[in-house]
Design a protein around this ligand. Structure first.
Ligand SMILES: Nc1nc2c(ncn2[C@@H]2O[C@H](COP(=O)(O)OP(=O)(O)O)[C@@H](O)[C@H]2O)c(=O)[nH]1
Ligand SMILES: [Mg+2]
Length: 305
């Protein structure tokens, strides 16, 4: 089956792409699905659009899709936001926010929440991105809910992290506390059609200045009116392709190794592999110190030859 899928994938069959993405989202390994897949001839530009729920990520991505197509580029979207109107049924109820374009084969949209049937798909994003890259999409957009651990992962996977903020009446410095500014390569004050957008922009610049991050561009945009969308795309396109540079760094490989290890750990526990449970028990009872237990865990998680 997978041979056939691989062949169809190489023929640029979108259904095969879709099926392979589903398998990756469930944790199947890319090298098992498509053995010998060569590195992409040309890297995609991977852009993570992040920000709290309701800030307008999906809507803005809809606009960016139009802009990217206007530039003559192809684009794939992976929406990791379970609330996204991109997800399954919700999309049908909300075509306005994210116009689906069945007629346009240069646009591909996949909701990961719907694909996997469970929450934690971020761990499989790396291989999914590699697959889309091999399918030769010029741009890959990731929709992710900001804050928390997922953010660092996204930072490793994306060339450009776009953080969306919106004019709020509440706690103005909320985002600063969350430390989210640090991971952003670009910041957009979204919903600039609402009052106070310029004030928020000024505040963000102040905070960036205080932390010495003056190089991070800050823009006011509105998906509703279209304000600033073309400028936003220009800024995104002007950012360096960070993944390519980072791929040379050992740190990146280490990060991937950590991900694989975490997956093996989860699988071992879910599968009730008793070696792991026994080890945990010994450590919990204080029979092993932490480093010895961790070393033993590494041994246990090595796949059988
Ligand atoms: N005023 C205004 N509202 C917007 C804009 N973009 C999105 N919205 C609204 O913000 C809400 C959340 O949008 P959505 O794209 O689902 O946000 P997400 O949760 O970040 O993906 C929806 O009610 C949108 O209609 C905008 O540019 N201006
Ligand atoms: Mg959304």
């Amino acid at each position: 089956m997978s041979d056939d899928l691989g062949e169809r994938f190489r023929q640029h069959d979108r259904l095969a792409l879709s099926r392979l993405l589903t398998l990756l989202a469930r944790g199947t390994r890319l090298d098992q699905l498509l053995p010998g897949l060569p590195p992409a001839a040309r890297p995609s530009r991977v852009v993570a659009v992040t920000g709290s729920a309701g800030v307008g990520k999906s809507t803005l991505i809809g606009r960016l899709i139009e802009q990217i197509r206007h530039e003559g580029l192809s684009v794939a979207v992976l929406a990791c936001d379970p609330e996204s109107p991109l997800s399954g049924g919700a999309l049908l109820g909300d075509r306005q926010r994210m116009p689906s374009r069945p007629e346009d084969d240069k646009v591909f949209i996949r909701s990961l929440a719907a694909a996997s049937g469970h929450g934690a798909v971020a761990e499989h994003l790396g291989p999914m991105i590699r697959l889309l890259e091999a399918f030769k999409f010029d741009v890959i957009l990731l929709e992710t809910v900001g804050a928390g651990q997922g953010d660092t992962a996204v930072h490793h996977l994306a060339d450009v992290v776009l953080l969306l903020l919106q004019p709020e009446t509440g706690d103005d410095l909320q985002w600063e506390k969350a430390g989210v500014l640090e991971i952003a390569d670009l910041i957009a004050v979204h919903k600039a059609d609402l009052p106070r957008a310029e004030q928020v922009e000024a505040q963000v610049r102040t905070i960036l200045g205080l932390s010495g991050e003056l190089a991070v561009p800050v823009l006011c945009v509105s998906a509703k009116t279209g304000q600033g969308i073309d400028q936003l795309w220009k800024e995104i396109a002007a950012q360096p392709l960070r993944r390519g540079q980072r791929a040379q760094e050992g740190r990146h490989l280490l990060y991937r190794a950590q991900e694989l290890l975490a997956q093996r750990y989860v699988a071992a526990r879910a599968g009730g592999r008793n070696g792991v449970e026994t080890l945990l028990g010994r450590w919990q009872r204080g029979e092993l110190d932490e480093d010895a237990a961790a070393e033993a865990l590494l041994d246990l998680l090595r796949p059988a030859p």
